[in-house]
Design a protein around this ligand. Sequence first.
Ligand code: NAD
Length: 249
Amino acid sequence: MKKLQGKVAVITGGSSGIGLATAKRFVEEGAHVYITGRRQAELDKAAKHIQRSVTTVQGDVSKLEDIDRLYATVERAGHRLDIIVANAGIVELVTLAQSTPEHFDKTFGVNARGTFFTVQKALPLLNDGGSVVVVSSAGHTKGIPVYTTYLGTKAAQRSFVRSWAAELKERKIRVNCLSPGPVDTPIFETQGGTKEVADGMRNDFAKQMPLGRIGTSEEMANAVVFLASDDSSFCTGIDLVADAGFTQL
Ligand code: NAD
C-alpha cells in the first residue's frame, strides 16, 4: 500500500533540492502535488523530472497575493488539501554588524512570514486529519556566526509548529517540523556564489558531522513522507532532527 495514496499536497519551493525530492517521493507514494517556486522555467524542469501528478504554480511566498493565487488554483481544480509542506527558504550570510534592514526583511519575509501565511491561507482548504510539515533547520538550536537572521527564522518556524499543533488538534490536523542538518542542494551555491566555494562549504560541513558526511535531498524526502503520512500518526508538535548527529551528540 502506498503511503500517500489519493492525497493532495502543496510543497512550496518544490522546484529544487529538498522540495523537489519530496515532490517526487510524494507522487511515487500516490499523491498529487502542487509545487511552487519563483521561476517558471525551474518549475517546468521540475515537473518534467517528477513526470506525473504534478501542478506547478509560479509564486513568491513572501507575497500574499501569490499565496492567494496558489490556493485559488487548487480550488479551481476541484481539489482539497491533505498535506502542506512549507519548505521554501533562503539564506544570506551576513554578520550582525553588516546586516541591513533589507536583508532582515527579505529573510524573515520568505522564511518566517512566507511559512506563516502559506499555512494560514491553506486552512480553509485543508481537510480535517491533514498534516502540515514545516522545514526548519537543525541549526536553530545553535549559535553560528553569519547565520543570525536565517537561524532566527528557523527558530520562529519551530515555534510556529508548537502553537499550530495546539490550535489545530481539534481538527486532527498534525503539525510537525523537520530540522535538517547540512544537505547537498543548490542552497550552497546561493551561499557560496561559485561552485568552487559551495563545494568547499560542503566539505567543511561534512568534516563537522558525526556521521562524516552531509545529507541528501532523498534522505530529507524520506523524513517528510514519514511526517506527512500515517506512519507518524502519534506525532504532533515535534521537531524531527535529521542532521547526522550534528546538534545531538
Ligand atoms: P534550494 O535552494 O535547493 O531550494 C529552495 C527552494 O525554495 C527553491 O525551490 C526556491 O525556488 C524556493 N524559494 C526560495 N525563495 C522563495 C520564495 N520567495 N517563494 C517561493 N519559493 C522560494 O534549497 P534546499 O536546501 O532544498 O532548501 C529547502 C529548505 O530546507 C529551506 O527552507 C532551507 O532553509 C531548509 N534547509 C536546508 C538545508 C541544507 O543544507 N540544504 C539545511 C537546513 C534546512
